[in-house]
Ligand binder design. Structure first.
Ligand SMILES: CSC[C@@H](O)[C@@H](O)C(=O)COP(=O)(O)O
Length: 354
């Protein structure tokens, strides 16, 4: 099985991430030595993508805990862990993965505190193991997402030998621990010799498509064509797409999905071109506490991401800007389904204990 790009390197308490702000010009790894480093790297988008945000957040805490002298009590240990997790959750608001990872770790802390047979050192070791497991778990989930998605798309296009898929933003190895979600589905189609061509959108204003997805596709020799966001409708008609597959930052209980700005317009276009529209995401991107997309917090990014390319201003000085990082695609437009590691679900079939 071919290894995919590796953007998060973790070994025995040493964490390094590929600085995605420098891609595609340079592949530079930077050390993450404490949760403050992770918080800043996530906020500045040196690492981005919902699963990668949570993994780097969790691993940065593992790095700190490994170096920490054993605290006086489990209460002190758990209080400190919770404080640091709460802080990490504030780094970016739309993706739910860091929040759910924090909740799961706090629940573990409560169980460890209740276990009177366990020493503080053992509890600390268990928390570290739990945090470190996020890396391997994510790759396994992504491979399962890839298999389920490729299988469903192939089945629904049974008369076609090779498929044309459109994707948005970056959902690959750079946005996860490896393999990717929507891009994982595309990888699996390619591995099964079912992919004719993937069309990746540029994804303005931060250009995750042209800088990151295009980089991954070229690196792995997957047949791909870059289109600007404004070409999506024309490309759908011209190339007769078989499916659009995108990732998710947060899926509400009813299936409404927040993802990179521009996803909603692709779903509208897919509907009017009779193209299946899929969301691919780990089950941990589903927020069952939020009934629908109206309650999903949408991050507003700095205007400079729109007005400048690097340090060069490309928009007229003085213009007002609106720069939401994400939009919400209503569940009814997700016609293909929501692809998870547990299978492919219609948006109205989602339930917490699937
Ligand atoms: C597997 S990544 C899923 C999503 O996080 C992805 O599609 C996306 O919207 C990323 O946005 P970003 O702002 O680059 O973090």
């Amino acid at each position: 099985m071919m290894a995919t790009l590796q953007a998060i390197k973790y070994n025995d308490g040493q964490l390094e991430i590929l600085d995605q702000l420098l891609l595609p010009e340079s592949c530079t790894f930077i050390p993450i030595c404490k949760v403050e480093d992770a918080w800043a790297a996530i906020r500045e988008m040196k690492v981005r993508g919902a699963p990668a945000i949570a993994i780097v957040g969790c691993l940065s805490l593992a790095v700190e805990l490994r170096k920490l002298a054993v605290p006086e009590s489990k209460e002190e240990l758990c209080r400190m862990v919770k404080e640091k997790l709460d802080y990490l959750v504030t780094s970016r608001p739309t993706a739910v993965n860091m929040q759910l990872a924090a909740e799961s770790c706090v629940q573990l802390c409560a169980r460890l505190s209740d276990n009177t047979l366990l020493s503080v050192a053992e509890a600390k070791g268990d928390i570290v193991k739990h945090l470190e497991a996020t890396l391997a778990n994510d790759v396994a989930d992504n491979r399962a997402i890839g298999e389920h998605g490729a299988c469903d798309i192939t089945k629904k296009n049974a008369t076609k030998d090779k498929l044309r898929i459109m994707t948005h933003c970056n959902t690959g190895s750079l946005a996860t621990a490896g393999y990717g979600t929507a891009l994982g589905v595309i990888r699996s189609l390619h591995a099964a010799s079912k992919l004719d061509q993937v069309y990746c959108t540029e994804t303005r204003p931060y250009n995750q498509g042209s800088r990151l997805t295009a980089f991954e596709l070229v690196y792995e020799k997957i047949p791909a064509t870059l289109v600007c966001d404004s070409m999506a409708a024309a490309a759908m008609r011209e190339f007769k797409m078989d499916a659009v597959v995108v990732g998710a930052d947060r899926v509400a209980a009813n299936g409404d999905t927040a993802n990179k700005i521009g996803t909603y317009q692709l779903a509208v276009l897919a509907k009017s071109h009779d193209v299946l529209f899929y969301v691919a995401a780990p089950f941990s991107s589903i927020d069952f506490q939020i009934p629908n997309g109206h309650s999903i917090p949408i991050e507003e990014r700095p205007h400079s991401e729109m007005t400048h390319t690097g340090s060069t201003r490309t928009a007229a000085a003085g213009i007002n800007c609106w720069n939401p990082g994400f939009d919400v695609t209503p569940a009814e437009l997700i016609t293909g389904g929501i692809i998870t590691e547990k299978g492919v679900f219609k948006p109205d079939q989602l339930a917490p204990h699937q």
